[in-house]
Design a protein around this ligand. Structure first.
Ligand SMILES: Nc1ncnc2c1ncn2[C@@H]1O[C@H](COP(=O)(O)OP(=O)(O)OP(=O)(O)O)[C@@H](O)[C@H]1O
Ligand SMILES: [Mg+2]
Length: 328
């Protein structure tokens, strides 16, 4: 078992549509450890679904490295890819119609996932399906078809279907995008439960700010790159009360690049270039464009120019050197 289940480094995906290139991912780095539950957020068009499509084995990157559960997604052949999609990853989409077959009941949808993957022995399939429906509190609607389920119930059944073959990794692309706030919280709670009880590594793309309650790490993508991360932890006071704390970090890649948060850039009107200074325990970033306020001017040390003449030649000296044939 690897300690890192999802690993992307310098991931690039370029789409070409009608002669126009779109760089959906521009050197994205991401690491998700085994058993972690991480939320992936970012503006529309920032590359979230593109990343999930690659991690799900539905699409291949243009460049860079990506591996999930020890499978190299860039070199995987058709046979490995099929096995990978059946056994290593489970997927929950935003549209419940994409997750469930409409003419099958909840229980039958899980049975179908088992039948297609053929990784669970037939006699274990029924009990596994019933356990999943119970864990996700939809056992009472096991014999209902999707049209007879509420939006939240459909997504919880979809989670059960995605978990049917005990994948190591669960990927979800806006699983609560079509739900109201209360139902969204229930579905995110169900994913958190699945993560805690089954230890399935979970990556959720979401616009839902309520996700902060359910994950310890939120990764923000900006322009096809991971830009910032928020890490949360729960502190317990001496009197037993608990408080959630959050700390935001910028992501630093192997080449030392980082993105400054947009609000920092805006607040100091940073543009074009900035001036950096190394302090004993931090790095200072100051505006560097013309007209930006300058702190104490730093004296520029005189740099000796190699081979520079000590002083300009006088006309007489130049003539003398020419006559000697030295050329200078
Ligand atoms: N198949 C494709 N062909 C051409 N361009 C594409 C394709 N898929 C995505 N893109 C482009 O890649 C960029 C990233 O798209 P993506 O769907 O990954 O964004 P997203 O972060 O999931 O956005 P949203 O929050 O709206 O779902 C966008 O500019 C999009 O138009
Ligand atoms: Mg998307």
């Amino acid at each position: 078992m690897s300690a890192t289940d999802i690993h992307c480094e310098g991931l690039v995906r370029i789409f070409t549509a009608q002669g126009v290139e779109v760089q959906a991912l521009q050197g994205l780095d991401l690491r998700v450890d085994a058993g972690e539950m991480v939320a992936l957020v970012g503006a529309s068009g920032s590359g979230k679904s593109t990343l999930l499509g690659i991690l799900a084995g539905l699409d291949t990157p243009t460049a860079g490295a990506a591996s999930v559960d020890g499978h190299d997604l860039t070199t995987m052949g058709a046979k490995e890819r099929l096995g990978y999609r059946r056994q290593s990853v489970g997927f929950v989409w935003q549209q419940s119609g994409r997750n469930l077959l409409p003419y099958l009941t909840a229980r039958e949808n899980i049975a179908m996932a088992h039948a297609v993957a053929r990784v669970v022995p037939p006699r274990e399939r029924g009990p596994i399906g019933d356990d999943l429906l119970k864990m996700l509190s939809v056992d009472h609607v096991a014999d209902h078809r999707p049209s007879q389920l509420s939006g939240g119930q459909k997504q919880r059944v979809a989670i059960a279907v995605a978990l049917a073959n005990s994948p190591r990794v669960l990927l979800a692309d806006e699983p609560t995008g079509e739900l109201d706030e209360t139902t969204s919280a229930e579905v995110l709670g169900a994913m958190e439960l699945a993560n805690k009880e089954r230890g399935v590594t979970t990556l959720i793309v979401t616009h839902d700010s309520g996700v902060a309650e359910h994950v310890d790490r939120t990764v923000r993508i900006r322009d096809g790159r991971t830009a910032t991360e928020t890490l949360r932890s729960t502190l317990t006071h001496a009197d037993g009360t608990t408080v959630r704390t959050a700390q935001e970090y910028a992501v630093l890649d192997r080449a030392g690049r980082l993105q400054l948060p947009a609000e920092f850039v805006g607040a100091l009107n940073l543009r074009e270039r900035v001036r950096l200074a190394l302090e004993p325990d931090h790095v200072e970033v100051r505006p560097g464009h013309a007209g930006a306020p300058t702190p104490d001017a730093v004296p520029v040390p005189a740099v000796p120019v190699p081979d520079a003449p000590a002083a300009p030649l006088t006309r007489a000296e130049a003539r003398r050197r020419l006559e000697e044939g030295g050329g200078r």
